[in-house]
Design a protein around this ligand. Structure first.
Ligand code: SF4
Length: 293
């Protein structure tokens, strides 16, 4: 449910921002991890439960279509998601799992095959996790030089791609908790190996509303940090590990994020920025970022 989903779209998202050759290669390697709602049957508008909050304007049980979903599987308020109280939809990204599940069920949908709906929604949950892991792992493979650590990354990519190619029954049996821990541990090793020593170690730190304007956060570890509403204007986050960092409402105006590690589109969508903010290649500049300040 990024702002791209449910808008009629015949082609993948726009090309990535300019970047180094390696970053552009990585963006290319992640093409299959991009949501293409034109090849999906609006699974993310039906499968999850919504709890009325700042992210969703209403309650919705799991497996029930959102009332804003039209009969053609397009969002009826696509252009107004944030103003209508559906910011959660604007930041969601299935990492390409939606179209994969749609293909897995060979054209049957939750509308015309309700008996398959639960299996479709279950497959979406697992495949989204696998695709998100692939997003990080393919970046890791680009970061580490050839050697034992690179071999471990390659092996886990192979395992993950194999799991993602499974049938629905096999997907349902995957222990996602154990799998996610394995991925997280390996990514931590990669992060430690590729960042220069001396960066701030703020993994998991409470940085809610922190005043970090102009901070030098190069090579820092902000994995899982809570930077909600943090003032990161003009901060330098190059080579900073942002895996899972909560950037909701963080102000990234003028910040340097080119070369930031393990950053995702949902994190960027949840933050604020401006035309001076730089992003890693392959991440799109959110439409809601101001044109100037
Ligand atoms: S508002 Fe409803 S239909 Fe629109 S993107 Fe969100 S869940 Fe889908």
């Amino acid at each position: 449910m990024t702002e791209l989903p449910h808008e009629t779209r015949d082609t993948p998202p726009p090309p990535p921002a300019p970047g180094g050759r390696r970053e552009l290669e990585l963006a290319e390697a992640r093409q299959d991890l991009r949501a293409d709602c034109s090849r999906c049957v609006a699974l993310c508008c039906v499968a999850p439960v919504f709890v009325a909050s700042a992210d969703f304007a209403l309650d919705k049980p799991a497996g029930v279509p959102c009332p804003n979903l039209r009969g053609d599987d397009r969002c009826g308020i696509h252009a107004k998601l944030r103003s209508r109280g559906f910011a959660g939809c604007a930041v969601f990204d299935c990492f390409g799992a939606g179209q994969r599940v749609t293909a897995l069920f060979a054209g049957s949908t939750w509308r015309d095959s309700p008996q398959d709906a639960a299996a479709m929604f279950g497959a979406l949950d697992v495949l989204r996790q696998l695709h998100e892991a692939l997003w990080y792992l393919r970046e890791a493979a680009h970061l580490v030089p050839r050697g034992p650590l690179h071999d471990l990354v390659d092996a886990l990519i192979g395992t993950t791609e194999g799991l993602a190619a499974s049938d629905a029954a096999t997907l349902a049996d995957i222990d996602t908790g154990t799998y996610r821990r394995e991925v997280g541990d390996l990514l931590a090793d990669v992060s430690a190996a590729v960042r220069a020593p001396g960066g701030r170690r703020w993994a998991g730190r409470d940085l809610v509303g922190a005043r970090l304007r102009g901070a030098d956060l190069r090579e820092a570890d902000l994995r899982g940090a809570y930077a909600i509403g943090a003032d990161l204007r003009d901060a330098d986050l190059r080579r900073c590990d942002l895996l899972g960092a909560d950037l909701r409402g963080a102000d990234l105006a003028g910040a340097r994020l080119d070369g930031a590690l393990f950053l995702t589109q949902p994190q960027v969508e949840a933050a604020q920025g401006d035309p001076r903010t730089t992003l890693p290649a392959g991440l799109a500049r959110p439409g809601h970022w101001s044109a100037g300040r």
